[in-house]
Write a protein that binds this ligand. Structure first.
Ligand SMILES: [Zn+2]
Length: 270
């Protein structure tokens, strides 16, 4: 299914809402916004708490500190840069969990910095720290660029149907339960190609500024391409032109090398 990311969808939304529902992304793109970022963050937090509790009950949360410690360390390095790039994210309650699922070669970040990475990604790709930083940097960037709130808006408008949409038009009555459902749906929905390009760009920059080699974005991309599987990793999802993305990444690598060299000189990476 192709999700609309422009305001084309708004013909079904009352005019008053339409006027307030479009926002602009960091690259100047118009985004459909039925859910404010603040709402997206609070609904995502609720959804994350529920998801983590369910996984914990099933014994699906990795507790091996050799694994979680590494993911934590790399994520913390990236978060430090994210908070510099976007100071409002200092208020976010950043958190990352490793989920036991060897089939999922995936990771995600909800609005407000609630993250997860699956053991399938760690085992099947066997990423270096530099490569893992690219994955987490890319996912963090989706949250920084407000893509999650955008997808939640689309989930409200399309998947959940008119009932929730009409609730959304009367914002105070938008229930937290519906919001949490939308937050959960949002991390399962593919991003638009434009959103993917934004996340690639911001992600590689965060990683470089944290001292992680931008060239790892290219090797990671190669590794992911070889893994395949029934459902492509989020990092690979909505990209019908792999060669073009590969070329764009290579160009970004050149741009980001100075940040990387500078971060290395300052020993920013822990
Ligand atoms: Zn992505």
């Amino acid at each position: 299914m192709h999700y609309l990311t422009s305001c084309r969808l708004l013909f079904i939304v009352p005019l008053a809402l339409l006027l307030s529902a479009c926002a602009t992304s960091p690259t100047g793109r118009t985004q459909l916004m039925l859910v404010s970022e603040g709402e997206a963050i609070s609904y995502s937090k609720q959804a994350y708490i529920e998801t983590v509790a369910q996984l914990d009950q099933k014994g699906k949360l990795v507790t091996d500190t050799a694994v979680t410690g590494r993911v934590d360390r790399i994520t913390r390095d990236l978060v430090r840069q994210a908070e510099i790039m976007r100071p409002t994210s200092r208020d976010w309650d950043w958190e990352v969990r490793v989920i036991e699922d060897d089939e999922q070669v995936n990771a995600w970040c909800m609005a407000g910095g609630k993250m997860a990475v699956y053991t399938g990604l760690l085992k099947k790709l066997n990423p270096t720290d530099d490569e893992l930083a690219q994955v987490m940097g890319h996912e963090i960037s989706h949250a920084l660029a407000n893509h999650t709130a955008e997808k939640m808006s689309i989930a409200m408008a399309t998947s959940l149907g008119i009932g929730v949409l009409s609730a959304a038009t009367d914002r105070p009555e938008l229930t937290a339960a519906a919001g949490a459902v939308a937050a959960t749906l949002a991390i399962q929905m593919p991003n638009s190609r434009t959103a993917e390009s934004e996340a690639d760009r911001i992600g590689i920059e965060l990683a470089a500024k944290a001292g992680y080699d931008p060239r790892a974005a290219v090797t990671l991309w190669d590794k992911m391409g070889k893994v395949g599987g029934a459902s492509p990793p989020e990092f690979l999802s909505t990209h019908p032109h792999p060669a073009k993305r590969q070329a764009t990444l290579r160009k970004l690598v050149e741009e980001m090398m100075p940040y990387y060299e500078q971060a290395r000189a300052q020993r920013l990476r822990r």
